[in-house]
Ligand binder design. Structure first.
Ligand code: FE2
Length: 173
């Protein structure tokens, strides 16, 4: 006797853990996966700069980059697990990240410290901008929990951008 594989709650995409429709979950899931890929890209870049920064402000920047990288890494788990609560896939590999990331890597042999600050500031502003768009989508689709998570992550990205900008500011007068 052969077993017939039929659709069942265990082998179809479902979102039984949330009150969000399957259509809405899939739409939000695409944005969450892209955001997750960007967070990993900015995480690796921030670590890259933590390891390679040089100059008179080495210690301060080295430390700030590490604190920011840790914060970003923490947010990746929250975003991935939010996707799973919606019943949609999170990312699965480095190649999955590379295929979805919108933030560009920086493989330059040498990056001056001021350029590191400027690039990460732009990247974190970009993350905040993308998350504001995702927040609007969540409101349209009544996904309050994802919207709430995103609000916290926007605040964190804006704080990182502020610290990076303030570190570049020239003294006035
Ligand atoms: Fe370190």
């Amino acid at each position: 006797m052969t077993m017939e594989l039929t659709a069942s709650p265990s082998n179809v995409l479902c979102n039984e853990h949330s009150g969000i429709s399957e259509h809405a979950a899939k739409e939000i899931g695409v944005s969450l996966a892209a955001l997750l890929a960007d967070l990993f890209a900015v995480y690796v870049k921030t670590k890259n700069f933590h390891w390679h920064v040089t100059g008179p402000h080495f210690h301060d920047y080295h430390r700030m980059f590490d604190e920011q990288a840790n914060q970003i890494l923490g947010s990746t788990d929250l975003v991935a697990e939010r996707a799973r609560k919606l019943g949609v896939p999170a990312l699965k590999s480095i190649s999955d990240i590379a295929s979805k990331q919108r933030v560009r890597d920086n493989d330059d042999a040498y990056v001056p410290a001021p350029a590191m600050l400027s690039e990460l500031q732009q990247n974190n502003r970009y993350l905040a901008e993308q998350m504001r768009g995702l927040h609007e989508l969540c409101e349209e689709l009544s996904d309050i929990a994802t919207a709430g998570l995103i609000e916290t992550l926007i605040d964190e990205a804006e704080q990182r951008a502020w610290f990076l900008q303030a570190s570049q500011a020239m003294p006035s007068g």
